[in-house]
Design a protein around this ligand. Structure first.
Ligand code: KG4
Ligand code: ZN
Length: 362
């Protein structure tokens, strides 16, 4: 085994359909970051099936832990702590990761660090870039769509959240409606490249309203209705061009909705924190969308904010972001007791007013 000078933290992620393990040093070196995506197991159902996800995490987690340690060339004795997602997420999967982490921590007598999955996304930019607190963050994933001021570790102000679907969920549902398969985001983005974004007049939910909350469910319903109309006009089918036009019109409507809501949030952020870092961070799976990122960059330029996003591999669910959130908490001596449980709902800003309809997505 190599001689380790720095503190090494193992991160375990199992809250959705990725089983992931990483080993990251307190200096920000990613020694390993292994991910197993359960795409094929959920594909036939057009979305993540919680029971299938939990069983798959059980089947694969131990092997991935071994793989992550082999790749990092370390043993259990080299670890300073073990960080794990203990919520929010699909509870069966979260329990698998949490129980495994507890067992390792107990057997090896190393501290356990409990990580909020959303905080993993929120802090991941600090793993790869020197971004100081506070900064403005748009967290857009399959399960969440929130605009937050990241004031510090464990210290968040939520400016807005979705009142119904998450942005990634809207992509996934639209893909299903258009027969593009799962996961929907990349497929819709690809189809939209050859489409006419002006062909269908889809709604921009909440556009022009005050505040930074988001809403996407009306958009999905509009796509469904438009698809049915086109199918009827065509005598029972959709052409490839129809699919591209529907995808492009959807993506444009969703992007404009996000931009409008974010613009309100930027103004509020700059008013409240005039001396803050002029940085706008986008994280979560939807941050992989180039069209959305490009438009956000244009908007942010108007307000002299620089857009930063973690590299693609750290945008979607991964173990390195959990290990890194673990590092941030390790440095603050924030360790968990062994009696902590898995939680399905765990808002980053517990003081934010409840968003009706958002459920676990808030
Ligand atoms: O962060 P993530 O891996 O998992 C959650 O915590 O939800 O995000 C996955 C979501 C899925 O809904 C997926 O369709 C979406 O991110 N996504 C995208 C793109 N790549 C992934 N959405 C739009 N455009 C993309 N290129
Ligand atoms: Zn996520």
């Amino acid at each position: 085994m190599t001689k380790i000078e720095k503190n090494l933290i193992m991160g375990i992620e199992s809250s959705c359909d990725e089983t992931a393990v990483a080993i990251v040093s307190d200096a920000g070196d990613i020694l390993s970051n292994v991910i197993l995506t359960q795409l094929d197991e959920h594909k036939p159902y057009g979305g993540v099936v919680p029971e299938i996800a939990a069983r798959s995490h059980i089947d694969h987690l131990n092997g991935l832990i071994r793989e992550a340690m082999n790749e990092a060339k370390v043993g259990f004795d080299d670890l300073s702590a073990i960080a794990v997602t203990s919520g929010p997420g699909l509870i069966g999967g979260v329990m698998v990761g949490l129980m495994t982490a507890k067992s390792i921590a107990f057997a090896r007598k190393i501290p356990l660090i409990s990580v909020n999955h959303l905080e993993g996304h929120a802090l991941s930019i600090r793993l790869t870039e020197d971004v100081k607190f506070p900064y403005l963050l748009l967290l857009v994933s399959g399960g969440h769509c929130q605009l937050l001021v990241v004031k510090g570790v464990g210290d968040y102000q939520r400016l807005g959240t979705t009142i119904d679907d998450a942005a990634g969920e809207a992509f996934d549902k639209t893909a299903k409606i258009l027969g593009l398969g799962y996961p929907g985001g990349p497929a819709v983005e690809k189809a939209a490249l050859n489409g006419d974004p002006k062909r269908f007049k889809f709604p921009r939910p909440l556009k022009g309203k005050p505040g930074s909350n988001f809403s996407f469910s009306g958009l999905k319903t509009a796509v469904l209705r438009a698809r049915d109309e086109v199918v009827e006009e065509n005598g029972g089918h959709l052409t490839k061009q129809d699919v591209s036009d529907l995808a492009a019109s959807f993506q444009q409507a969703l992007t404009e909705t996000i931009l409008n809501r974010v613009q309100n949030g930027i103004k509020e952020y700059l008013d409240t924190y005039p001396d803050a870092e002029p940085v706008f961070v986008v994280a979560g799976g939807v941050a992989a969308n180039s069209a959305i990122k490009e438009k956000l960059a244009e908007l942010c330029k108007e307000y002299n904010l620089t857009v930063k996003a973690p590299p693609m591999k750290l945008c979607t669910d991964n173990g390195a972001m959990i290990a890194w959130a673990g590092v941030e908490k390790f440095k603050r001596n924030e360790f968990a007791d062994f009696d902590i449980g898995a939680v399905a709902r765990w808002p980053l800003d517990p003081d934010a007013p409840p968003a009706v309809g958002a459920g676990v997505k808030a």
